[in-house]
Design a protein around this ligand. Structure first.
Ligand SMILES: *Cc1c(COP(=O)(O)O)cnc(C)c1O
Length: 442
């Protein structure tokens, strides 16, 4: 048995070693500070609380209540609102809270962003099956009838006029804005006015952009008509993996609370609530500076790739207003393959990105396995201290691998050398720290 534990340990060590030599560009990822990690490794991870602060199901929650109260207060401050529920254990759970609060069970109607154009799997209307069993996604397990907003492919955003038509005809109980490919603010103001005409509640899935919103660099959905926002705490917000619901509607507080517990979960992850509270302190202090750089880096990276022959989407709109950029790599198909192939080539050199469906891929017969898009995000590289000149360096690595077809093994060595200087987490209080030594082995 001991050898299995040793094996697990050595796999973890190896993972950490590779990560320390890699360029992390997954748009949904970030890294936590040593202070966040300490909170997440606390004894809170062994405990049960259940329920709302002050109304717990279990004894022994005195300190847990204090921390969760602080976490809720910090969340309300960061998002400028009167209600925060930090209990949902992930972004999908937070979405389910909104579905639960704002729609009827079985054939409640919801409108979301189309999946192939950047919507999230937890918004999806489709089902899979084996034999006579049917499995839904987060929306369909609740039995919702889900329709898509109309999408403007040129501008990578919702088509306001066509979506308004669908809203008036379909009369949804809920609109859900936000998505996983999210370059530009959604027309929340315009379409929530239309939603109100048919009595819809307005949700906003800020999983990707929550940090940009909190720090004031993206649209502010609670001010533009959203009744509530759900989000993951670990994408542009550098917290542990958990989820949150916020609202500025005094009259919806009780609904939202009950839609979460005991409806959707029993205990929540108390250690991650503690870690999230620490991350919020960091972002209230350093978020303005950090998230400004995240967006500047995304724009600089896009421009640097464009200069090297990459077809970065939406040049006419300045490429992006978020932490993400999307590249159509179909022009390299003969040379380097499509999204799936390029994802593998980059990974061989320890550059970690993900392939992504582009809005026209399904129509043109390409699937999720090898679509024509790749998506990158700058949250993590920025947190490690990289700036515009490093965005040029990274774009140059892309060129070497995809345009010049240099052997990935060689580029991998250059990547490791480049990465040596970026081993500490910035925009946090503890200094010095080593970003990739957070998992301690005794
Ligand atoms: C990542 C993501 C989620 C899910 O987040 P988890 O925390 O992984 O459950 C939900 N919605 C969108 C739009 C996302 O991109």
């Amino acid at each position: 048995m001991k050898s299995t534990i040793e094996e697990i340990r050595s796999i973890l060590m190896e993972h950490h070693d590779v990560i320390s030599k890699s360029i992390p560009l997954i748009a949904s990822e970030n890294v936590t500070s040593p202070a966040v990690d300490e909170a997440c490794n606390s004894d809170f991870s062994h405990r049960y609380a259940e329920g709302w602060v002050g109304q717990r199901v279990y004894a022994g929650c005195k300190y847990i209540d204090q921390v969760e109260e602080i976490c809720m207060e910090l969340t309300k401050k960061y998002f400028r609102c009167c209600f925060a529920d930090v209990r949902p254990i992930s972004g999908v759970m937070a979405n389910l809270v909104l579905y639960n609060a704002f729609t009827s069970r079985n054939h409640g109607r919801m409108m979301v962003m189309p999946i192939p154009k950047g919507g999230h799997i937890s918004h999806a209307p489709y089902e899979t099956s084996t034999g006579n069993k049917i499995y839904g996604t987060a929306g369909t397990v609740r039995g919702l009838d889900i329709k898509y907003f109309a999408f403007d492919e040129e501008n990578m955003n919702l088509d306001v006029d066509k979506s308004a038509e669908i809203i008036r005809e379909f009369k949804p109980e809920m609109l859900l804005f936000g998505g996983s490919v999210f370059l530009f603010p959604h027309p929340v103001k315009e379409l929530s006015e239309v939603g109100r005409e048919v009595g819809a509640k307005i949700g906003y899935d800020g999983a990707h952009v929550a940090g940009l919103i909190g720090s004031g660099y993206f649209q502010d959905p609670l001010r533009e008509g959203a009744d509530a926002m759900s989000f993951s705490c670990h994408k542009t917000l550098p917290g542990p993996q958990t989820g949150t619901v916020v609202s500025d509607r005094e009259d919806l507080k009780e609904d939202l609370k009950n839609a979460a517990f005991p409806s959707l979960f029993s205990n929540h992850h108390l250690h991650n609530v503690a870690g999230f509270a620490v991350a919020l302190v960091e972002m209230l202090e350093f978020g303005k500076e950090y998230h400004k750089k995240v967006i500047e880096n995304a724009q600089a990276f896009a421009a640097a790739l464009k200069e090297r022959g990459f077809n970065v989407l939406c040049e006419h709109l300045g490429f992006t207003k978020s932490h993400q950029i999307v590249v159509d790599i179909a022009n390299f198909e003969k040379n380097a393959g499509l999204g799936g192939d390029i994802e593998r080539t980059l990974e061989e050199a320890n550059i970690i990105i993900n392939r992504n469906l582009l809005p026209w891929d399904i129509r043109e017969g390409r699937s999720y396995m090898n679509p024509s898009g790749i998506r990158m995000g700058t949250s993590e590289v920025t947190r490690l201290g990289m700036g515009k000149s490093e965005m040029n360096d990274i774009a140059e690595f892309f060129k070497k691998l995809i345009v010049d077809k240099k052997p990935p093994k060689k580029v991998k060595e250059e990547v490791a050398e480049f990465k040596k200087e970026f081993q500490e987490i910035k925009f946090c209080f503890q200094s010095p720290n080593k970003a990739y030594e957070y998992l301690k082995f005794y």
